[in-house]
Design a protein around this ligand. Structure first.
Ligand code: UD1
Ligand code: MG
Length: 412
């Protein structure tokens, strides 16, 4: 977004009763990152001048550290309208000419390109909303007359038609001046004692202001209120990632069995075999192979490296052309270039209290079924005999054998 100043207001307060959880709703995870992290991550793609998150006290207590974010506390969670009012009142600065993007923390899959479309649509209007077709009655409804948006009506209990309708995705884009004036006029809904943000549409229409709308798909606009929504959103997220990686030149042998995190990176011409799980913090180079039934987390894998079948790699760095082909656990380990880690190698990185580091150099050969007891350094060009339990550092260009000598006795 260029030449204009943007502020994001992300609503994240309220427990989310329908989740039936001890955890505040927006901290539930999709692709191994909280919904709130998704929304902030996508907002940052647009380089906004300011991001504010409306929180309540139970959420603040459990928040991970967010850099460059202003947290605004909503004293009592009196609805989405009250949350935006609180934000507008407490933002460090909010010049009238700023474009404000109001987004719900429980709507994590909204793309930055859709927000851009809404911003383009704002020209000559006070406010732009986002709609999508659905038959799920829990969403508010956009009422369109003569091609323009007149009102948003909240879901009514007891509605039971299966017909699709145009639902409110929740995200709104407005100029700060208009938003400030409009939210100031929201009245408390007497039935449920809440202030509905959605009321600003009819308030704007009554003041003769233009309100626009943009339409997207349910796969993007899904709002998460319960665990079924959460499972659906996880599915949509994974489907998107699978399409994304295949589009940029990664082969997924059975896409529906591979699971990604929000921050997974994979280079072109890499191949991912079935049933692979990528936890957070994984970066894979190009031309690499990750074999079936493998889990990687917090790990960098170099170009042309092979992490094979039934391998778990955690908090590690695997150098270019290195091969770990079968049934291994590699944790807190750095492996150099062109090394070969034999089948069944286990890095024993945890002593029950702390994790320890292992360094394996370049061009090393670790024989099958070795246990490497960390902390440990295995220097370049060395060889570890199969079945060894290695507890001491191995110098360069040396062979380490650490196993019982075989004894043969005649049976009488
Ligand atoms: C809201 C919309 C509905 C829309 C749907 C889209 C209103 C009144 N309704 O309903 O039209 O179809 O989202 O998913 O806005 N929050 C606060 N403070 C509060 C209350 C809520 O910060 O006092 C935050 C929540 O953390 C949540 C978001 O606002 O992330 C939306 O609240 P929620 O209760 O989920 O609204 P819906 O019932 O889903
Ligand atoms: Mg919701």
């Amino acid at each position: 977004m260029k030449n204009k100043a943007y502020t994001f207001i992300i609503l994240a307060a309220g427990h989310g009763k329908r989740m039936n959880s001890g955890l505040p709703k927006v901290l539930h995870k999709i692709g191994n990152f909280s919904m709130l992290q998704h929304v902030i991550y996508n907002a940052k793609q647009l380089n906004p001048d300011n991001i504010a998150v409306v929180v309540d006290l139970p959420l603040i207590e459990r928040l991970e550290c967010f850099e460059d974010i202003q947290l605004i506390t909503q004293e009592s969670t009196l609805g989405t309208g009250d949350a935006v009012k609180t934000a507008v009142r407490n933002l460090k600065e909010l010049p009238d000419t700023d474009i404000v993007v109001v987004q719900y923390g429980d709507t994590p899959l909204i793309k930055s390109s859709t927000i851009n479309k809404m911003v383009s649509c704002l020209e000559g209007k006070a406010l732009v909303c986002l709609g999508f077709q659905t038959s799920n009655k829990e969403y508010g409804r956009l009422i369109i007359e003569d091609g323009s948006l007149r009102e948003i009506i909240e879901a009514q209990n007891g509605e039971n038609s299966d017909k699709e309708f145009l639902a409110n995705a929740g995200i709104m884009v407005a100029y700060a001046k208009n938003l400030r004036e409009l939210v100031g006029k929201i009245e408390c809904n007497k039935l449920i004692h809440e202030y509905y943000l959605t009321d600003i549409v009819s308030i704007a229409v009554k003041s003769n202001l233009n309100v626009g709308y943009v339409i997207t798909e349910e796969e993007e606009a899904i709002g998460i209120n319960n665990r079924n929504d959460l499972a659906k959103a996880e599915f949509y997220f994974q489907e998107n990632k699978r399409k994304f990686f295949t589009n940029i030149g990664v082969t997924l042998a059975a896409p529906e069995t591979v699971f990604f995190s929000l921050d997974t990176q994979i280079g072109v011409d890499s191949t991912i075999y079935p049933y692979v799980f990528f936890g957070p913090g994984v970066k894979i180079g190009s031309g690499a192979r990750v074999g079936p039934f493998t889990k990687c987390e917090d790990t960098t894998i170099g170009d042309s490296a092979v992490v094979g079948n039934f391998v778990e790699v955690k908090a590690s760095y695997i150098g270019m052309d290195t091969k770990i082909k079968h049934l291994s656990y590699i944790g807190n380990t750095k492996v150099g270039l062109e090394s070969n880690i034999g089948a069944g190698t286990v890095v024993c990185n945890y002593d029950g209290k702390r994790k320890h580091k292992t360094n394996i150099g370049s061009n090393c050969f670790v024989g099958a079924n070795s246990s490497l007891i960390a902390p440990l350094n295995v220097h370049d060009d060395s060889v570890i005999a199969a079945g060894s339990v290695i507890v001491e550092d191995v110098p360069e260009r040396s062979l380490a054998i650490a196993r019982e000598r075989q004894v043969i006795k005649k049976i009488k």
